[in-house]
Ligand binder design. Sequence first.
Ligand code: SF4
Length: 468
Amino acid sequence: MSFEDIPVDIGVVYEGERVRGKDMFVELGGPKMEQKFELAIARDMGDIEDEKVTIIGPDLKDMEEGSYHPLGIVVEVAGKEIEPDLEGVIERRIHEYVNFVEGMMHLNQRYDIWLRLSKKSFEKGFNSFDFLGKVLMRLFKSEMNIIERIQVTFITDPEVVAERYDDAINRYNQRDERARGLSDTEVDTFYGCSLCQSFAPTHVCTITPQRYANCGAISWFDGRAAARVDPKGPLYAIPKGETIDEFRGEYVGVNQAYTEKSLGKVNSVALYSAFEKPHTSCGCFEAIAFVIPEVDGLGIVHRDFKGDTVNGLPFSSMADSTAGGRQVPGFHGISIEYMRSPKFLQVDDGWNRIVWVPQSVMERIVDFIPEDVRDRIATENDAMNIGDLKEFLKQKSHPVVNRWVELEEEAEAAVLAADAGTDYIAVPGEMTAMVGGVGGGLEIIFKNAKIYAEKVIIRRTGKGDKKK
Ligand code: SF4
């Protein structure tokens, strides 16, 4: 495969390259644009004009330096083995291949795409979507040999992006709805995806019928289709193996896959928990479930939420604490579709533990939240700080309020035990303590420990704090 006619370098080495605001020539999609999308569509052979690139709207060379534009990318493919179940997987590769281009950054997926082209690459001559189309088509054909014909369309005309956006959303919804008919107990194979290991080397997505991939772009059906046509590719079958705990979503086969694919860094995962051995988080998650210790509940924030959340932190700060392929108890990357699953965080009490959700997410998933808790969950319209959140939850008798009573009773019992002469905290089994919290820190694991301490001081520290 040759890229000699492309004015910039193309290669894996550019994956993970960031284009900062000051270095960018243009931004396409991203948070400043309401409507943007990328879509793969399986077509019949006769419907594709092979290797054709279409540009609808201003091309890169027509754009002003530093400007922002909406974007739609449509990749249409055909081949004897191409089927609609492969659309999600082909679509997800757009992210990977655009990032192979020197000076191009591609983030996220589906209706969330965010691209930047650097000034340097533009100055080198990468001034047309035609180049990007050629790169995509060559990479797709060489990496996925089931693709026999391909054509790519770039849309930057705001009116046409808006027109096609609704069709894209309908197609995503249809894919997601199809995957909702199956439960995790009905299948003996899950699927794994390691596509994001170039950004997060220990990350593995385990895609089950009821736990959609973190990026929200790949369903169990998509994983199955991809593993069938390319079993050695980044999507592969994970035989469930022996069930360790069905409620928690612990399986011998899943643990083995993690051990193997994370090179021993992650060995045990409970698929339906945000706290105990949670599924790893790369950086492509659509949303984060984050602990709000003051109310013993979980909040949710999605990528498009602007500004601070109820705990005073924006999505971006919490994303730093969540991402990287780690298992971070209480900071858990998830997809929007997983929130529609009956297994959603069931180990942690599911929706009964969720206390705060952005209004726009609420509107998308409201029909999947159990009716008895639906109106007891706050949005930004009800609470934007912890004090107001507490009041709201108390007023609405949210289920977490019962947990506060239980916690108080436990604390009281602990004081009584201390008064009675017990001078240690017993830790039967395993307990994980986070030191450092948001922004990074240490994780300390206690196994069958007894902790003796005269005094425990928990102190908030910051960059400017002096040690006392
Ligand atoms: S988030 Fe998961 S499923 Fe999606 S591309 Fe990354 S590894 Fe694959």
